[in-house]
Design a protein around this ligand. Structure first.
Ligand SMILES: *Cc1c(COP(=O)(O)O)cnc(C)c1O
Length: 403
């Protein structure tokens, strides 16, 4: 008989797994930002430039968002009180949905608590047993999880390869009840674009539904940040289910699905991640509303972001880094080895620059990278200083990334 209570077997196993993650250099730890979310902030009280946030337009601490968040709270309180279908639909939900639909040029929009829940909710509702999903190999984890939850058959097409998608659509034809194509418009770890015009045409030709995830395109691409459809000059109704998020460029929190009324009504009736959760509170809705209005009134914010993105991409290329000229603020600088990536991230931290290293399972083994993101509130002077640090660490990157 043991005197001390033994730890539970599951706990011992978990401790062992954490230890082996540590040994492999794969253990993740949270880093605390002690100031507001903006490019120049503090970590552990020390000045720090954040080069890994998705706050692309720098709206997270914009006074107009804060003011409407406070006004909304004063007028409507702190909570929505219930799920949207119980007592949780408030004037602000309606207003935000109307303004989002007008912004995107769609018949309607339906607000979800976040993009992860929106993708899960759409996929598990619109397709199911007996259906099939065609999904890009590099789609976001929330699409991957939504595919699993849906119980539909899933076919993965090669990243960005419309030819492969066409082949799969031809091979898996009318024996399915419904077919759905799902793609990110901007890929979150690579910053490249899906070939949307081709995908739209294929979905139409094959009578398949199309879900497009505009998480990194909303507020970034297209006229005044209207997203990927606008960027490619596609009519808004060429995408059946357009998912966008409000926590990235829009500086708030939450997500929406835009499209035809029938699809949205179907989601209201059947989507579990919409139905079984307490709706977003007034403060968040107020901030989101302010962001949509700000973009409508000051579309030049998006141009300012674009100029900074293009300046930084060119700067990296001049230093000999292999960097594509995609029009997005996500710039992967490939390192390869996971441990080496994290060491480089540490070196940047010591220089007052926070660039998150991204490693498996988020990306494929051997493709670990520094994922640089550019935000509108970065100054030119600071970008030059950061480029100088990249230059000084140039030899620490493997020759494979040499230009
Ligand atoms: C961030 C992200 C999501 C999830 O959105 P949240 O609102 O953060 O939950 C979905 N899809 C993509 C491509 C994303 O980058």
């Amino acid at each position: 008989m043991t005197v001390m209570a033994a730890e539970k077997t599951a706990l011992l196993q978990i401790m062992e797994e954490l230890q082996s993650l540590e040994t492999e250099g794969m253990r993740r730890r949270l880093k605390t930002v002690t100031g507001p979310q903006r490019s120049e902030t503090t970590m552990a009280g020390r000045p720090m430039t954040i080069l890994c946030s998705n706050n692309y337009l720098g709206l997270a601490d914009h006074p107009r968002l804060g003011e409407l968040a406070v006004d909304a709270t004063r007028e409507f309180g702190c909570s929505s009180g219930a799920s949207r279908l119980i007592s949780g639909t408030m004037t602000l939900h309606r207003q935000l949905e109307e303004e989002l639909a007008a912004f995107k040029g769609t018949e309607g929009a339906l607000v979800y608590n976040c993009g992860y829940m929106a993708n899960l909710g759409v996929l598990s509702t619109v397709v199911g047993d007996g259906d099939i999903i065609f999904s890009d190999a590099l789609n976001h984890a929330s699409i991957v999880d939504g595919c699993r939850l849906s119980r539909a058959e899933v076919k993965i097409y090669r990243h960005g390869d419309a030819g492969h998608l066409a082949e799969l659509l031809r091979r898996h034809g009318p024996s399915y009840r419904r077919r759905l194509v799902a793609t990110d418009s901007v890929f979150s770890m690579d910053g490249d674009l899906a070939p949307l015009p081709e995908i739209v045409a294929l979905a139409k030709e094959h009578d398949a539904l199309l879900l497009v995830d505009d998480a990194h395109a909303t507020g970034v691409l297209g006229r005044g940040g209207r997203g990927s459809a606008s960027h490619f000059q596609l009519p808004p109704d060429s995408i059946d289910l357009l998912m966008g998020t409000l926590g990235k460029a829009m500086g708030s929190c939450g997500a929406f699905v835009a499209g035809r009324r029938e699809y949205l009504d179907y989601l209201i009736n059947k989507s579990r991640s919409f139905i079984y959760t307490t709706a977003l509170p007034p403060a968040v809705l107020g901030a989101s509303l302010a962001a949509v209005r700000l973009l409508r009134e000051e579309p030049e914010l998006v141009n300012e972001l674009r100029q900074k993105v293009s300046y930084f991409r060119q700067g990296l290329r001049k230093l000999g880094f292999e960097v594509a000229d995609d029009p997005t603020p996500i710039i992967p600088v490939i390192v390869g080895n996971a441990a080496r990536t994290m060491q480089l991230s540490e070196q940047f931290l010591r220089a007052g620059i926070f660039i998150q290293g991204i490693r498996p399972p988020t990306v494929e083994p051997g493709s670990s990278r520094l994922r640089v993101t550019i935000t509108r509130d970065l100054s030119r002077a600071r970008m030059d200083e950061i480029l100088a640090v990249f230059s000084s660490l140039r030899d620490s990157f493997p020759p494979a990334v040499s230009g």
